[in-house]
Design a binder for this molecule. Structure first.
Ligand SMILES: Nc1ncnc2c1ncn2[C@@H]1O[C@H](COP(=O)(O)OP(=O)(O)OP(=O)(O)O)[C@@H](O)[C@H]1O
Length: 347
């Protein structure tokens, strides 16, 4: 097999701010094959967006990639000059955001916005670009596409604006589409329509897709693989089926149990107690330990590495076996299992 489409190794991103340094991404590793879809899930502030935005040079003036690499199609995105990166962005990698207005220009007709990138790169003549814009709007489900080319973004509903943004993102046939909370602002019915559209577009075009979401239900329904992030790190990564059946990190188990339709208990939502740690802190021990019912003294002494437990299944937890056992036995048994494995904590 050839090189993956995207290979991120030990990526570290920081922000400087008056109160100190924000350690937003603390050594993230993952690979994505062409045509695959990866869901990145985790609570707010876990570093999902910054991981992806840093690859595209979109972390502003205070953000800095302080370590690692991101090989995409044979080039390291992290080392690219801003102009080169701008060229990759849009052509090979497209991004869509929760709020389409961050990508759409409110004072420009959408036809001109969709054709702009095609004309700038001189791939299509003006007439061909217009034809393709109509084709794209039609494909994303905008009725009367030729007529709507002359409308401004405010003339579309939220769901329709998201479809326009998808058309814009697909204009140059990207190899990778990054969707950052693509449907969070939409109502549930429209959410499903937009996600179904993304899924069928991915099948048609063969592009790879990364969906960043705090909604595990969305990720399990629409992705091949999942990466669970906590405190700026990936703590578990595997296929959707394996994550549900062999959940091995206590945080991933907590996320599953807090999602009614897919949780192991399948009876009631069980929220994860406590709060995520401050991003100003550098972690020498397991960052999840303070919230973890599986913790033992080692978790407070050292940080677990992301380790391969099975082909295509990586976990960063000293007690992964106990978590799997507890998850498979159901939650009532979890505490009992832990009585057997946990050593006392010396605070
Ligand atoms: N421009 C910035 N300046 C300073 N800190 C930032 C900046 N952008 C993000 N951060 C911090 O980086 C950390 C990771 O943020 P990120 O947006 O990646 O989280 P997330 O998992 O995507 O959360 P959400 O779902 O809320 O977007 C957070 O602690 C956040 O406060």
């Amino acid at each position: 097999m050839g090189a993956p489409l995207l290979e991120v190794k030990d990526l570290k991103v920081e922000f400087k701010r008056p109160g100190g340094v924000v350690h937003a991404v603390n050594g993230v590793n993952f690979t994505l094959e062409a045509g695959q879809s990866l869901g990145i899930v985790g609570e707010s502030g876990s570093g999902k967006s910054v991981t992806m935005l840093s690859l595209l040079g979109l972390i502003g003036r205070t953000g800095r990639v302080v370590g690692g690499s991101a090989m995409f199609n044979g080039v390291d995105l992290v080392k690219m000059a801003p102009r080169e990166l701008q060229d990759v962005r849009g052509r090979d990698i497209a991004v869509i955001f929760q709020d389409p207005m961050t990508s759409l220009n409110p004072i420009m007709k959408i036809g001109a916005q969709i054709t702009e990138s095609m004309r700038m790169r001189k791939i299509y003549s003006a007439a061909e670009a217009k034809e393709r814009a109509i084709e794209l709007l039609d494909r994303v489900g905008i009725p009367q596409p030729a007529k709507r080319l002359n409308d401004y973004p405010y003339q579309f509903s939220g769901g329709m604006r998201q479809r326009v943004m998808i058309a814009l993102a697909l204009a140059l046939k990207p190899k990778l589409l990054i969707a950052d909370e693509p449907t969070t602002a939409l109502d549930v019915t429209v959410q499903a329509q937009v996600l179904d559209l993304l899924e069928s577009l991915q099948d048609e075009t063969g592009m790879a897709m990364i969906i960043i979401t705090h909604d595990l239900g969305v990720a399990t329904n629409y992705c091949d693989n999942l990466a669970v992030m906590y405190a700026g790190e990936i703590v578990e990564m595997t296929t959707v089926d394996r994550l549900v059946e062999h959940t091995s990190h206590p945080y991933a188990l907590g996320l599953l149990n807090s999602t009614m339709e897919i949780g192991h208990g399948k009876t009631a939502i069980q929220p994860i107690p406590g709060n995520p740690p401050s991003a100003l802190k550098v972690h020498k021990a397991c960052p999840f330990a303070p919230r973890c019912r599986f913790k033992s003294s080692v978790c407070q002494e050292r940080k677990p590495e992301l380790t391969t437990v099975e082909p295509n299944h990586l976990v960063a937890c000293f007690h992964a076996d106990a978590v799997v056992k507890a998850a498979q036995q159901g939650d009532d048994a979890a505490a009992e299992v832990m009585l057997n494995v946990a050593q006392p904590i010396h605070a």
